[in-house]
Design a protein around this ligand. Structure first.
Ligand code: ADP
Ligand SMILES: Cc1ncc(COP(=O)(O)OP(=O)(O)O)c(N)n1
Length: 274
């Protein structure tokens, strides 16, 4: 079987299977990384929206992380929905305690349907406790605006936000994602030294539920395998573009992306070009 690479997601459960823990584990599997989970909250959710949020007690979250790390071990960790300041505090402590060096922070704040997945009073904890521990942070444009306090209306602004997330808040790197912009969905990576722009075609579809989770999970999987940050982000961009392009078309609202697409269509030469 060769070497088994392992990744842990610390995030919320999406009963609809398109975002959160479910999207992360599907992505890890497709990228041939063994996936594990520490669930922070259970959501009752489908393509139409979030109907309920049930937080997991702190000792339950800590127990899941300890169980996994102490026995199986992790090559990389990602965070998603952390919902409360105390959860962020706990996760930060665990990252330090377990000496996690590859940490992808997806600063999940609001679901596509509008439900809040991060309490307003958790923003400070996110900035001060988690961002300094992150190898890379992956905000969408509204999340980057909340973190930095600046308005983002251009690639220039996206670069400035990524720079601030690294220089002001202490993250190792930042990818400000362009899904919420108009035009081509260009993502801006600042790796601490230079900027990289990752561009793809925009596919006009309502089936984009879980794009951010899937993208950050793909980065995590590639980092777990030992890829450089730039290579990991490039692979993640390809993974999410194909997952959006080959939509499943299920559900009456914002449907999930296609986590099989990279595997089924990923080596088709023209798959990113048309
Ligand atoms: N309609 C689309 N077509 C192609 N790529 C997209 C589309 N929407 C988002 N993306 C890409 O999906 C990834 C997630 O982006 P985004 O939607 O901004 O994040 P989030 O799901 O956190 O809001 C980024 O790489 C972004 O460029
Ligand atoms: C449990 C859970 N976690 C995260 C999200 C948000 O995921 P994201 O990838 O940002 O996708 P959209 O909400 O933008 O579709 C979620 N909905 N549920």
């Amino acid at each position: 079987m060769g070497q088994i690479y392992k990744a842990l997601t610390i995030a919320g459960s999406d009963s609809g299977g398109g975002a959160g823990i479910q999207a992360d584990l599907k992505t890890f599997q497709m990228l041939e990384v063994y996936g594990m989970s520490a669930i922070t909250a259970v959501t009752s959710q489908n393509t139409l929206g979030v109907n309920g949020i049930y937080d997991i007690p702190l000792e339950g979250i800590e127990g899941q992380i300890n169980s996994v790390v102490s026995d199986i071990g992790v090559d990389a960790v990602k965070t998603g929905m952390l919902s409360q300041p105390a959860v962020i505090e706990l996760v930060a402590e665990q990252v330090i305690k377990h000496k996690i060096t590859k940490l992808v922070v997806d600063p999940v704040m609001i679901a596509k349907g509008g439900a809040s997945l991060l309490a307003d009073n958790a923003q400070d904890a996110l900035r001060s406790r988690l961002l300094p521990l992150a190898s890379v942070v992956t905000p969408n444009i509204p999340e980057a605006e909340v973190i930095t306090g600046m308005q983002i209306t251009s690639i220039h602004d996206m670069k400035e936000a990524a720079l601030r997330i690294v220089q002001q808040f202490g993250a190792g790197a930042a990818v400000v994602k362009g899904g919420h912009s108009s035009g081509e969905p260009t993502d801006v990576l600042y790796d601490g030294e230079q900027f990289h722009l990752l561009t793809a075609s925009r596919y006009e579809t309502r089936h984009t539920h879980g794009t951010g989770c899937t993208f950050s999970a793909a980065i995590t999987a590639e980092l777990a395998k030992g890829s450089s940050l730039f290579d990991a982000v490039q692979t993640a961009k390809r993974f999410i573009t194909l997952a959006i392009r080959y939509e499943l078309g299920i559900g009456g609202g914002h449907g999930p992306t296609n986590h099989w697409a990279y595997w089924r269509h990923g080596n088709m030469k023209e798959s990113m070009e048309s």
